[in-house]
Ligand binder design. Structure first.
Ligand SMILES: C[S@@+](CC[C@H](N)C(=O)[O-])C[C@H]1O[C@@H](n2cnc3c(N)ncnc32)[C@H](O)[C@@H]1O
Length: 377
């Protein structure tokens, strides 16, 4: 019989060793498992939590390890350490259940190591990167870009599970994303370009308000999801989807009333939703993304006529992808004026606004609302 913990170890190995994406892998494994809804929720908590706290768990178990470990053994140990220290599961339950879920050949080792971890008592962490379980570069970057206090609080907030927020049409979307879609201000009958639309969360929400959305995404699978989600949420007649590069959108200049560029980004504001993302993204990716973001937003600006509104958003907290893009626009595009940023729980950030994950228990986001003026660029 598959137990919750055995399934969790399998998932952890596939994420760690094979590079599987947690948010894609786990739902499929749960569907095939036959576990009860309660056990399914428990598996999700175990897997997401252990993946997030991987660095911290390794620091807890490594002093008691004197040989290289196979992925299944290491992940069973991480799972045990996670329950002991972060879920505060009583030692007798956490140790014996994890030993049962561990590979048979290593049960003695898993039992011995977890007992030692359990005896460790209150943990004194060596540093915040280990305690909060992020790569050092992420801790350094977030703190230097948004400040030590807010940065540490944001990283802590993104270790907590994300609440499920369901829209009236059944689409599950973080509250922050819904707010960003609303910042576009799409009116019934208007045409709105969404140039980074997949999987369609914001496009479908704007269409609900009565606007027609011309949605593109460079990734055919993601563009397909926009169409599928438009159908599922009952707005297929108002969402037109194409596969295209937002740097060269297939629409004439000035042909839409408003545009949204919800750009690909480093995702450092949504780490609570993507538990493995912190281990994937590299420091070098951030600058590459910022240059793509500048190109995307400049191309979208050409789609709106004077008076038209452009929203640039990213679900990250780095300076280059937020205020950096804003500063570049301010110097490169005299045909765009910034409109007042949204108020609390957002905070003014450059000419735009930043929503910290701890401010309203949402994803972290940056949004900049611009209006095209009559000047040439
Ligand atoms: C943050 S996601 C968009 C989320 C979407 N707006 C929503 O609310 O569901 C960014 C999207 O940009 C797409 N993308 C990346 N590079 C692109 C490009 N050059 N042109 C258009 N889309 C691009 C990605 O495939 C991804 O689907």
């Amino acid at each position: 019989m598959t137990t919750a913990r055995r399934l969790a170890v399998d998932a952890l190995v596939r994420i760690d060793r094979d590079g599987a994406y947690a948010n894609l892998l786990v739902p499929g494994m749960l569907d095939a498992s036959g576990l009860s809804p309660r056990d399914r929720a428990f598996v999700t908590e175990l897997v997401y939590g252990t993946v997030r706290m991987r660095r911290a768990c390794d620091w807890l178990i490594d002093p008691f390890i004197d040989r290289p470990l196979d992925a299944d053994v290491r992940n069973a140990l991480r799972l045990g350490a996670y329950q002991l220290v972060f879920l505060r599961t009583p030692a007798h339950a956490a140790v014996s259940a994890t030993v049962d879920a561990a590979p048979r050949r290593a049960r003695g080792l898993v039992n011995a190591v977890l007992r030692k971890v359990a005896r460790g008592g209150e943990v004194t962490w060596p540093d915040d990167g280990t305690r909060l379980s992020y790569p050092d570069w992420v801790v350094a970057r977030v703190r230097s870009d948004i400040g030590e206090h807010d940065g540490t609080a944001a990283l802590a907030a993104m270790n907590r599970p994300a609440p499920v927020h369901q829209r009236p049409d059944g689409y599950t979307q973080d509250q922050a994303s819904q707010w960003v879609a609303e910042l576009v201000g799409a009116e019934p009958g208007e045409r709105v370009a969404d140039t980074c639309a997949g999987p369609g969360g914001k496009a479908t929400w704007m269409a609900h308000g009565g606007a027609t959305i011309v949605a593109i995404d460079v990734n055919p699978t993601r563009a397909g999801l926009v169409a599928a989600n438009a159908t599922r949420t009952g707005v297929a007649d108002r969402v037109q989807v194409a596969v295209a590069d937002g740097r060269r959108p297939p629409f004439p200049p000035g042909s839409v009333d408003r545009a949204l560029v919800d750009a690909p980004c480093s995702g450092l504001g949504v780490l609570r939703r993507r538990p493995d993302a912190r281990w994937r993204i590299g420091a070098d990716d951030v600058d590459v993304l910022a240059s793509l973001q500048r190109e995307l937003v400049a191309a979208a600006a050409d789609l709106i006529p004077p008076g038209g509104v452009l929203v640039y958003s990213v679900c990250t907290l780095t300076a280059v992808e937020t205020t950096g893009v804003d500063e570049w626009l301010a110097s490169a595009r005299s045909d765009l004026d910034a409109l007042p940023p949204p108020g609390a729980p957002w905070r003014a950030w450059g000419r735009g606004a930043l929503l910290l994950p701890q401010a309203a228990d949402t994803d972290g986001m940056f949004a900049l609302v611009l209006r095209r003026n009559g000047r040439s660029r």
